[in-house]
Each structure stands twice: as C-alpha cells, then as structure tokens.
Design a protein around this ligand. Structure first.
Ligand SMILES: [Zn+2]
Length: 351
C-alpha cells in the first residue's frame, strides 16, 4: 500500500513521512481511529515507505522487492497480531494470529478499511470474542528475536491491543520498552482507554481522523462486492429450516437436518451452527425492538421480521443454547445425523 492509495488523513500521512525522513522513528506508535477510518492502511503505507529501497516524493516506489512483498502482505519482517479465538477455520487448540494469517491477508488485501466484525467473519469466529492471549506474545517474541531478512525495519502491526489481557501485556512489555534494533510496534486501537496503561504509556499516539462523508463513499466504492457463496447457501438452508419449523412441517424440517448433517466436513457443520446462531440473534434483536443492532440487510429484512413475529419470545434463547450443544457434540465426534436430527426435534418442540 502506497500513501497515494490512501483515502483521507493526508495530515497523518504527511506526519508519518516526515517522521520516517527525519530518522527519528518512534519504536512504538499507537494509531487511534474510529473503526473504518484507515489506520491499517496508514500503518501499511508507513512500513512500506520505511522499508522501500527507492522512496521518492514522500512515497514508496511500489516496485522494489520489499514494496512488492509489502503489497502482498508477505514481507518476511512484518508480522500481524489480531484478536482470535478457537473456531472452525483452524484445528489449533490455542490459536494465534498465525493460525488465521491466510484469512487476514485475504481480507486486508481486498479491503484494508475492514471492520472488526469483518475480521471476525473472515476468520470464522463471528459468535465469539476475539482475544490476544499469551501464546501470541510468545510467538511475537520468537519472531522478533530472529535476524531480519532484509536490511530494513522489522515490525509488528498489532490490531486492537485493547483485546490483550494483562498476562500477554506483561510478556510483551519488555520488548515494547526496549525493542531489538530497528524493530517497530504499530498498535491500532478503536478504544484507547481500554489499552493497558503499561503499553499505552510507551507509545507515541497518533489520532487518525474519521473520514468525511465523501471519503466514506470512496472507501465504499472500492470495497469488493464478493459474492459469499457459502453465506448464501447457509442462509437458504437456515431459511428453509425456520420456515418448516414455524409451519410445523416436521418432515421438511427433518430433511433440513439431514442437509446440515451432509455438509461435507465437521468444520463446515460448525460454521453453519455459528451462522445459524448469528441469524437467531438477529431474530431475537428484532423481537426486542432493536433493529439498529440486529444488523439485518434490507433484502433479508422481510424474512427476519417474519420469523421475529412467528417465534415465541423464549425460542431464540433456547435455540442458541441448543446450537452451542450441537457444536460441542460435533467436537466430540458424535454422529452428525443424530446431532442435527435432535436439534430439529428440539426446535420443533420449542415453537
Ligand atoms: Zn520500494
């Protein structure tokens, strides 16, 4: 990412360029943004500029080996840390950012203005809290202890340090205080008041300004329209199931259960469960008269509103608990046919 590709925040970009040009590069910087304002894009452009072999006119060249690797987010000296949790897209029991870095790259390359919710979706942990746990600190310390591949700066882009617990911060603190030579930490936060003081106090803070309406429109325009095939398939299946349940059509509902059991991997079955739980939460939010946080798109609104009207109030809470049980049984290798058939029966009894 070049500075010239960034929408908005010219002043911040210029400040970064002059910091790099002056040679007084702060080793820990905290970029504070309202979500979606481009802090990640700025951090990427800054590192690309710092490590570029032929910078000119206040921007990186985009052509040298370092720039080319930065543009693909595969620069060997630049690492990414972001909140994670266990999920269907990794088999790691104690996942770190490394477990999901492939999905991070895909997301950030397609749209560096992504939101935290986009990230959670991309790594398949929509229904969980992302955390930066101590395993992450260990992994980063190891990576930063290695000699750099290039002659430039080693760096960690640390997305949402507010999701880091005390133990992780304690582990990292010494490295943030006294990093190895030419090593940078770039923290990107949406909630600076929640960043642990021990980390916060060691950073140079930079405010990334919210985008104007016009700038937001430009970001939106650039955003890729990805046809989410799996999401569409999941929604069709979920809608068929719910329509059968509210119509008290047990045969059709059981057929949907068979279709869920036939999803071709346990990971996919669990991903469907997470998807279904998020849909049920939307129905629940509409029942609570909270459409603003239900996050229902215009085209699906009719379906969700219909379900909210037809399902009893306690239905949603019970089903979220039932779906959690399904996920843990899939994890324990219980036959998926039995598990999903049982889920359908329970839903049917609760309607
Ligand atoms: Zn370059």
């Amino acid at each position: 990412m070049k500075f010239s590709d960034i929408i908005g925040n010219r002043t911040v970009a210029e400040a970064m360029v002059s910091m790099a040009d002056s040679g007084r590069v702060a080793h820990a910087v905290l970029l504070y943004e309202n979500e979606g304002s481009g802090a990640l894009a700025l951090a990427l452009a800054y590192l690309q500029y710092l490590n570029c072999a032929n910078p000119s006119g206040g921007d990186s060249c985009g052509q040298c080996p370092s720039c080319r690797q930065m543009e693909k987010l595969i620069h060997p000296d630049v690492h990414f840390v972001f909140p994670v949790n266990k999920g269907p897209k990794t088999s790691d029991d104690k996942p770190t950012s490394e477990s999901y870095v492939k999905y991070w790259r895909e997301l950030a390359l397609a749209d560096p203005y992504f939101t935290e919710a986009d990230l959670q979706k991309a790594i398949g942990i929509e229904s969980k809290n992302g955390l930066i746990a101590v395993a992450e600190a260990k992994s980063i310390i190891t990576k930063l202890s290695l000699a750099p591949v290039y002659d430039g700066y080693k760096a960690v882009i640390f997305y949402l340090p507010e999701k880091m617990n005390q133990e992780t911060a304690n582990r990292l603190l010494k490295m943030v205080e006294e990093p190895p030579q030419k090593t940078l930490f770039l923290f990107i936060t949406h909630a600076p008041e929640k960043v642990l003081q021990t980390i916060f106090s060691r950073c140079q803070s930079i405010r990334v300004m919210p985008l104007t309406k016009e700038e937001q429109r430009l970001v939106q325009e650039r955003r890729p329209m990805v046809e989410d095939e799996e999401g569409n398939m999941f929604l069709d299946l979920f809608a068929d199931l719910m329509n059968a349940i509210v119509a008290k059509d047990l045969m059709t509902a059981l057929e949907c259960g068979e279709a869920m059991a036939a999803l071709d991997s346990r990971e996919k079955q669990k991903a469907f469960c997470n998807f279904a739980a998020s849909c049920i939460r939307k129905i629940f939010m509409l029942q609570q008269n909270l459409p603003q946080i239900a996050d229902v798109g215009e085209e699906d609104y009719g379906f969700y509103a219909d379900m909210a009207a037809k399902c009893p109030k306690e239905f949603c809470v019970k089903q979220i608990a039932n779906i959690d049980k399904v996920v843990s049984m899939i994890d324990r290798n219980v036959s998926s046919k039995i598990v999903f058939c049982d889920l359908v029966n329970r839903m049917f009894m609760n309607i």
